[in-house]
Ligand binder design. Structure first.
Ligand code: AR6
Length: 170
């Protein structure tokens, strides 16, 4: 499944297979790997990714750091830490928007033309998918309106129901 408007494209699939300039990882503050998309990215990239992450130290919620992508088809991995969802009154929306903005800023600084994002915080961290889709797409649109790079943003949804929630928002 795909859906496109302007410079944003939705795809259902596995982000570790995306041959883009940068893929974004939904990491945790340790940057030392975990389950979900983080585990899949580390497995596909190989052990050098963990070694580079170790040297970076940790990453605060809402912030992002960039590494090489090693055995992945992408050039870079941008690691960002989404908020754990606690009901929505704990600043979650601002932190999630910050993840998208900081990731896009790093992508631009590294001259990435194409970037792929998973649904940050929408797995173990419990963010409601419709609310997260609104923040993701709104923040990306705002950034793209002001910047020529990245040229294209891929939103990679693992499940059909997540894809549908994003498609409704787009
Ligand atoms: N490609 C694209 N999306 C995926 C993939 C994949 N290969 N695998 C899972 N997803 P989660 P979070 C989707 O839990 O909520 C980790 O342990 C998944 O369906 O990976 O930000 C970290 O280390 C969901 O929609 O990330 C942190 O501790 C989305 O990716 C914690 O989980 C995000 O789910 C971060 O939690």
């Amino acid at each position: 499944m795909t859906a496109t408007t302007e410079r944003i494209k939705l795809v259902q699939g596995d982000i570790t297979k995306c041959a883009v300039d940068a893929i974004v990882n939904a990491a945790n503050e340790s940057l030392l790997g975990g389950g979900g998309v983080d585990g899949a990215i580390h497995r596909a990239a190989g052990p050098q990714l963990l070694a580079e992450c170790r040297a970076l130290g940790d990453c605060r919620t809402g912030q992002a750091k960039i590494t090489q992508a090693y055995s992945l088809p992408a050039k870079y991995v941008i690691h960002t830490v989404g908020p754990v969802y606690h009901g929505g009154a704990k600043g979650e929306a601002k932190l999630l928007a910050s993840c998208y903005r900081q990731s896009l800023e790093l992508a631009r600084a590294h001259e990435c033309r194409t970037v792929a994002f998973p649904a940050i915080s929408c797995g173990v961290y419990g963010y409601p998918i419709a609310d997260a889709a609104q923040i993701a797409i709104g923040t990306i649109r705002e950034f793209l309106a002001d910047n020529g790079l990245p040229e294209r943003v891929l939103l990679v949804l693992f499940s059909a129901s997540d894809f549908d929630a994003y498609a409704a928002e787009l």
